[in-house]
Every structure is written in structure tokens, then in C-alpha cells.
Design a protein around this ligand. Structure first.
Ligand SMILES: Cc1cc2nc3c(=O)[nH]c(=O)nc-3n(C[C@H](O)[C@H](O)[C@H](O)COP(=O)(O)O)c2cc1C
Length: 203
């Protein structure tokens, strides 16, 4: 079995989501002996923003620029990572009400018509095969669940779930630590609760 581990926090060792993804990966390793893990640190090694040159290359145009060529190759690897993985673990902090731009840059490289989705007779269709499990380690300073005052600003988990579903990844579990900005006790309690959920992961 293969697991794809993505981190996107810019906070290094102080990151909450990085701690949670590490715990999820450790739990999955304990559940599946011989689990092969591919780790991509999207904050350390970030894809370029999509550009006109990318789109021209996607349409078969010649690529002269070495940086663009390397970036296109990395984008191809990101898609291969997804097809290869049985389990996908995504560290997703909330920055300015959404996901980090580093994670968005990854999204922009894996949502590709003809590769991960297509438009069929019944509309868009995800092309990633069924059976893959996704875990999102969600960390955020405040509270955004339905019924909370800031719920309308939640463009984070809902966005990620939506875009993953669009390419066929529908078995998504969110492990959430929220209220991180409310002080050390709230932070510790949120992380402890998330860790309990991780310890209860059964497959
Ligand atoms: C640049 C930046 C933007 C943030 N924006 C928000 C925000 O819009 N809403 C929120 O509730 N918390 C926000 N936070 C707090 C983070 O969501 C919180 O610190 C969380 O733990 C970040 O995950 P990480 O520790 O894995 O990076 C922000 C933090 C940073 C560093």
C-alpha cells in the first residue's frame, strides 16, 4: 500500500497541521505494515503559479525555459502521486479563510482536464479511481462550523472537499483542530481532541 503525505503549513516545527499529519501517517503505518510513504512539503518546494506559458505547454507548445520545464515535470509527478496512493493525508491550515497558496498551487496542478477529470454526457466526472481514502488535517485559529458567527467565511475545508470530490476523491475524513488562536489551553485542548480522533482511525 502507498500513502501520499502532503504538508503546506509555513510554520515549520510550530505548525499544528504538520503535527497532525505526522500522527495520521504514524497511525496508518501501525495499521498497514509495509506502508510506503511519499512525503511532499509544499511549503518548502512550491509549484509555480499557473501561467500562460503553462497553458501553452499543456497544449503541446515547445518549452524553452528550464524552470518551467522542471515545474511541469513536478506537476506530472503530483498527478502520478495521486493515482499511485491508496491513502492521501493533506495538512491544511486555514490562512485568510482558505487554504495556503502553496496548497492551492498544488490543486492547480492536479485538477487537469483529461487527466483527473473530464466532461461527460452527465457533466464533470472525476477520473481518480474509487477506493482511495483521504484525511485532511485541518487547523484554524477560530471556529467556522455551521451555526457559528464566522461560518460564512469558511472557504477552507469546504473548498478542499469540493475540489477533491471533483477529481473523484470522495472518501474524505477531516481531523480538525480549531480555536488554535484562543490561547494555550484552547490550543492544547484542540490538539488533544484531534489526536484522540487520530488514535481511533481504524483503516
Ligand atoms: C498567515 C496566516 C493567516 C491566518 N488566517 C487565519 C484565518 O483566516 N482564520 C483563522 O481562524 N485562523 C487563521 N490563522 C491561524 C491559523 O489557522 C492557525 O494558526 C493554524 O494553527 C495554522 O495551521 P498551522 O499551524 O499548521 O500552520 C492564520 C495564520 C496565519 C499564519
Amino acid at each position: 500500500m502507498k500513502l501520499l503525505h502532503l504538508d503546506s503549513s509555513i510554520l515549520g516545527e510550530h505548525s499544528v497541521s504538520r503535527g497532525l499529519t505526522a500522527d495520521i501517517v504514524a497511525r496508518e503505518k501501525a495499521l498497514h505494515s509495509g506502508l510506503e510513504v511519499v512525503h511532499r512539503d509544499l511549503a518548502a518546494d512550491t509549484a509555480l503559479h499557473l501561467s500562460g506559458a503553462h497553458l501553452a505547454a499543456f497544449q503541446g507548445g515547445a518549452v524553452q525555459d528550464a524552470a518551467l520545464s522542471a515545474d511541469l515535470a513536478a506537476g506530472g509527478e503530483y498527478i502520478k502521486d495521486l493515482f499511485d496512493a491508496d491513502i492521501i493525508v493533506i495538512g491544511a491550515p486555514m490562512y485568510n479563510f482558505s487554504i495556503p497558496s502553496q496548497l492551492k498551487a498544488w490543486v492547480d496542478r492536479v485538477v487537469v482536464a483529461g487527466k483527473t477529470f473530464r466532461y461527460g454526457a452527465n457533466g464533470p466526472e472525476g477520473l481518480l479511481p474509487a477506493g482511495k481514502k483521504v484525511f485532511i488535517a485541518s487547523s484554524r485559529g477560530g471556529f467556522y462550523q455551521a451555526g457559528t458567527p464566522a461560518a460564512a467565511l469558511e472557504h477552507h475545508e469546504s473548498y478542499l472537499r469540493g475540489v477533491l470530490g471533483f477529481i473523484g476523491l470522495t472518501d474524505v475524513t477531516v481531523v480538525r483542530a480549531e480555536g488554535i488562536a484562543l490561547g494555550p489551553e484552547a490550543r492544547a485542548a484542540a490538539i488533544a481532541k484531534a489526536r484522540e480522533e487520530i488514535a481511533a482511525i481504524a483503516a
